[in-house]
Write a protein that binds this ligand. Structure first.
Ligand code: ADP
Ligand code: MG
Length: 683
C-alpha cells in the first residue's frame, strides 16, 4: 500500500512494545502489519463515563458492570486438577470489596500488581456475605479513557497489550495517511477521515464518535468489496464465444403440457436473448418454490441445442439431479434431444461410457451432481451451464464448473428469494430475472403453528389427508443430531410406523442413506405406494410430488424461515388445497414471531427479508452455506443499509472510471486489485 503510507505496510514488529514474540501472537488473530493492527476493531466497548460503585450494586447482576478500583491482594494460584487452575484476587473500589476469580488465566493473573488500579468489567455473582466476579475483563485503570475498547483476544494477548500497541501505531503514523476515499464520496456521505476513524474506533471520546468511526471503516470495506466485484466483472473476459441465432420458441412451448406464465415467458425470453448477444450471459433466475424455473431452464437448453450446443445442469443433491434428469427428459426427448445423467453413484464403467458419449457430442444436455466437475468430464461444445440452488455449492466447485468449456453462458436458478443487495454479494453483478407468478390453479398453502400438546390432533389431520388419497411428509431435523429432545428421523419413523400410522405405508428418507436407497424411497413416494414420507431436510430442495398435500414439521423453530418456506413448498404443487403444520415447543417471543410470519404469508421475498432481519445472512443461507465473503469489520446482519449505499457508490465510481485509473481513485485501485488477488475472500 505504498500509496496509502509506507509506514502502514511495516510489520508490527516495528511498533513500540511489540517484539517478535508478540508479533507471533498478533499473527494468530490475523494482524501482521501496522495497517492490520489499526484495522483490528474492538468488538465492544466498556463505557466508564459513569462507573458503578460497589456499595450501590446488588450482590448479583444480570448485566455486566464496570468498576474502577485497586487490587489489594493476590492469593496464590490453586491448581485444582490437570487443566484447571484457579486464581483469586481481592479488589476494592473503596466503597466495598470483591473477590475476583480467574480460570486458567495465569498469564493475565501474573501481570496483575497489588496496589495498582484497574477497571473490572463483568457480572456480579456473589451473595450477601461476599461479593464475587468470575472471569471479569480487566483493564489498566491508569489511563484517563472513559470508553475502553474490548478486543477479540487470543491466549497470551491481553486487552492492555493490544491497546498499547494500537496507541504506538497511531503515534507512529502520526496523522500522515493518504485518504483512500475520493473527497466527493466522503463529503456526500459525511464520512470522517481515515485517521480520525482509526483514532475513534480505538479510543473514542464518546459512543457517538465510535459509531461514526465504525461507519467509516465498514463503508471502506464494503465499498472496496463492491468495487472489486464490479471491476472484476468489467475486466474479465465477458465476450461471448457462443453467439446464438434467434429461432422461434413455439416449437418448444407448444409441446409443453401447459402454457407458460407471463413471468416464465419473460424469463425464458431473457435467457434466449442473452445467449444471442455479444456478451456472455450471466443470469440469475429467481423464483419462489413451484414458480416453474425448471421449464425455463429446459427451454434455454433446448434453444442452445437447436443452435448446436450442449448444456449441463448442476444440482446440489443426487435426488434433485435425478429429478431434473426426469423433467428434462420428459420435456426434451420428445423434441428429439438427448439427455444424460451423471452422478457420483454411477458405476465407474457406466460413468466412463456416459463421459465418453458426452465428449463425442452424443448428448445435448447433461444433468448431474458434482461428478460433473471431475476432470474426466469433457464436453464437445458446452455453451450453457445451468446451476440449481447455486449457493449450496462451494466456491471452488463453482470455479471448476466455470472453467469447463470456453467461458460458457450461465444460468443460476435460485428458489431462495434473495434480497437484491445480498444477491450482488453472492452472485456478483449478474443479471436477474424474477419469476413472480405461480402457475395457475395453485392454491396458497395454509400453514398452522401448534405446540406438542396438539400433536395427536395434527396426526389426525394428516391421516384425513391420506384417507382422501393424498400423500404427506413428516419432517424432522437431521439424523445425526445428538441433542436430546429432538425428534430423530429414524427412531421417530419406527415409532410412527408401529404406532400412530400402522395402517399406512410409510417411507424414511435421510441424508445418510445411500443414493440407491434414497432413490428407491423417492420412487415409492412418487408412484404413490408410500403414503407418508418421514424425512430430514434432504427433501428440502426441488422434490416434486403434486399429490402431496400435507406436511408436518417437527421442531419447526430449529429451521430458518426461508428454510421452512422451502420445505413447505414441497406441498401445494397440485390443484388440491395443501396444508403445513409446524410443531414447536419453543414459546420465546422470537420463535412466536417467526411462526406468525411463516403462517401468515406465502410470499417468499417477504419471508426472506424477515429472516434476514431476524437471523442475519449466515442463517439465512443455511448453516452449510459457502461463498459469503469474509468481512473483517462489516457485519451483514446490521450493515445491509450501508452495503446498499456502498453498492450505489461503487456503481457511480466505476461508471465514471471503469479502469480506476484516475488519480483520485489510485489508492482504491490498489486496494481493489489486492482484494481480487486474494480472491478467496470475495465471492
Ligand atoms: P421450481 O421453480 O420450484 O423449480 P418447478 O420447475 O419444479 O418449480 O415447477 C413446479 C411444478 O409446476 C412442476 O410440476 C411443473 O411441471 C409445473 N409447472 C411449471 N410451469 C407451469 C405452468 N406454466 N403451468 C402449470 N404447471 C407448471
Ligand atoms: Mg426447482
Amino acid at each position: 500500500m505504498a500509496e496509502l503510507n509506507d509506514k502502514l505496510e511495516r510489520s508490527i514488529v516495528y511498533v513500540k512494545g511489540v517484539g517478535p514474540k508478540r508479533a507471533e501472537l498478533f499473527a494468530k488473530v490475523g494482524v501482521s502489519s501496522v495497517y492490520d493492527l489499526l484495522q483490528y476493531c474492538p468488538r465492544d466497548y466498556v463505557d466508564l463515563t459513569s462507573p458503578d460503585e460497589l456499595k450501590d450494586l446488588p450482590s448479583e447482576t444480570d448485566e455486566p458492570k464496570a468498576l474502577r478500583g485497586r487490587i489489594v491482594k493476590k492469593l496464590p494460584p490453586a491448581r485444582i486438577r490437570k487443566g484447571l487452575t484457579i486464581c483469586k484476587a481481592v479488589f476494592t473500589d473503596d466503597t466495598d470489596d470483591l473477590t475476583i476469580t480467574l480460570y486458567n488465566q495465569e498469564y493475565l493473573f501474573a501481570n496483575l500488581k497489588e496496589g495498582e488500579s484497574y477497571v473490572l468489567y463483568g457480572r456480579l455473582t456473589g451473595n450477601f456475605m461476599r461479593r464475587e466476579m468470575n472471569s471479569p475483563m480487566i483493564f489498566d485503570g491508569g489511563s484517563p479513557d472513559l470508553i475502553i475498547p474490548v478486543y477479540p483476544l487470543t491466549e497470551g494477548l491481553s486487552q492492555n497489550i493490544i491497546r498499547k500497541a494500537v496507541k504506538s501505531a497511531l503515534d507512529l503514523i502520526s496523522g500522515e495517511v493518504t485518504e483512500i476515499m475520493p473527497v466527493h464520496v466522503r463529503d456526500r456521505l459525511s464520512l470522517c477521515s481515515l485517521y480520525t476513524a482509526w483514532e475513534n474506533i480505538h479510543f473514542p471520546k464518546n459512543m457517538l464518535s465510535a459509531f461514526e468511526a465504525r461507519r467509516r471503516l465498514i463503508f471502506d470495506e464494503l465499498l472496496i468489496h463492491s468495487l472489486a466485484v464490479a471491476y472484476r466483472r468489467l475486466n474479465e473476459n465477458s465476450r461471448s464465444n457462443y453467439i446464438m441465432t434467434p429461432i422461434k420458441m413455439t416449437d418448444f412451448t407448444s409441446a409443453l403440457p401447459f402454457s407458460l406464465t407471463g413471468a416464465q415467458k419473460k424469463a425464458l425470453g431473457d435467457c434466449v436473448m442473452g445467449m444471442c448477444g455479444t456478451e456472455r450471459m450471466n443470469r440469475l433466475i429467481q423464483g419462489d418454490v413451484g414458480s416453474g424455473k425448471t421449464v425455463v431452464a429446459a427451454g434455454a437448453a433446448w434453444f442452445a441445442a437447436k443452435n448446436g450446443y450442449q448444456s449441463c445442469v448442476m444440482a446440489p443433491t443426487e435426488i434433485l439431479a435425478a429429478q431434473h434428469y426426469n423433467t428434462f427428459r420428459t420435456l426434451l426427448e420428445p423434441l428429439g434431444m438427448r439427455v444424460c445423467l451423471l452422478t457420483g453413484s454411477l458405476t465407474p464403467k457406466k460413468k466412463r461410457t456416459v463421459q465418453q458419449a458426452l465428449a463425442e457430442g452424443e448428448y445435448d444436455v447433461a444433468v448431474g451432481t458434482h461428478a460433473l466437475f471431475s476432470d474426466n468430464t469433457g464436453f464437445s461444445n458446452l455453451a450453457l451451464v445451468i446451476t440449481d440452488e447455486q449457493h449450496r455449492f462451494g466456491v471452488e466447485q463453482r470455479a471448476a464448473l466455470s472453467a469447463k468449456g470456453r467461458n460458457p453462458h450461465r444460468i443460476v436458478m435460485s428458489a431462495t428469494p434473495i434480497p437484491r443487495t445480498l444477491a450482488l454479494i453472492f452472485y456478483g453483478d449478474l443479471d436477474i430475472s424474477v419469476i413472480d407468478e405461480l402457475p395457475g390453479g395453485r392454491k396458497p398453502i395454509e400453514t398452522y403453528a401448534v405446540s406438542g400438546r396438539m400433536r395427536e390432533r395434527a396426526y389426525g389431520f394428516v391421516k384425513k389427508q391420506l384417507d382422501e388419497g393424498h400423500q404427506g411428509y413428516i419432517v424432522c431435523p437431521a439424523v445425526d443430531e445428538s441433542e436430546l429432545d429432538i425428534k430423530d428421523a429414524t427412531s421417530y419413523f419406527e415409532e410412527l410406523r408401529s404406532g400412530e400410522f400402522s395402517d399406512y405405508t410409510l417411507g424414511l428418507l435421510h441424508g445418510r442413506m445411500s443414493a440407491a436407497d434414497k432413490e428407491k424411497v423417492m420412487d415409492g413416494f412418487k408412484s404413490g405406494e408410500i403414503q407418508l414420507l418421514v424425512a430430514t431436510t434432504v427433501i428440502e430442495v426441488g422434490v416434486d410430488v403434486p399429490n402431496a398435500t400435507i406436511m408436518l414439521i417437527e421442531n419447526a423453530d430449529r429451521f430458518g424461515l426461508s428454510q421452512l418456506h422451502q420445505l413447505r413448498g414441497r406441498v401445494g404443487r397440485g390443484g388440491a388445497q395443501s396444508y403445513c403444520v409446524l410443531v414447536t415447543e419453543n414459546t420465546s417471543p422470537d420463535s412466536i414471531k417467526r411462526m406468525k410470519t411463516i403462517s401468515s404469508t406465502n410470499d417468499g421475498f417477504k419471508i426472506a427479508e424477515e429472516d434476514l432481519k431476524l437471523r442475519g445472512p449466515g442463517d439465512f443461507f443455511g448453516t452449510h452455506q459457502h461463498g459469503l465473503p469474509a468481512f473483517k469489520i462489516a457485519d451483514l446482519t446490521r450493515d445491509v443499509m450501508l452495503l446498499e449505499t456502498a453498492q450505489k457508490t461503487s456503481k457511480r465510481i466505476i461508471d465514471d472510471d471503469p479502469s480506476l485509473s484516475r488519480p483520485e481513485n489510485a489508492v482504491l485501485y490498489e486496494l481493489v486489485t489486492r482484494l481480487i488477488e486474494k480472491g478467496s475472500e470475495m465471492n
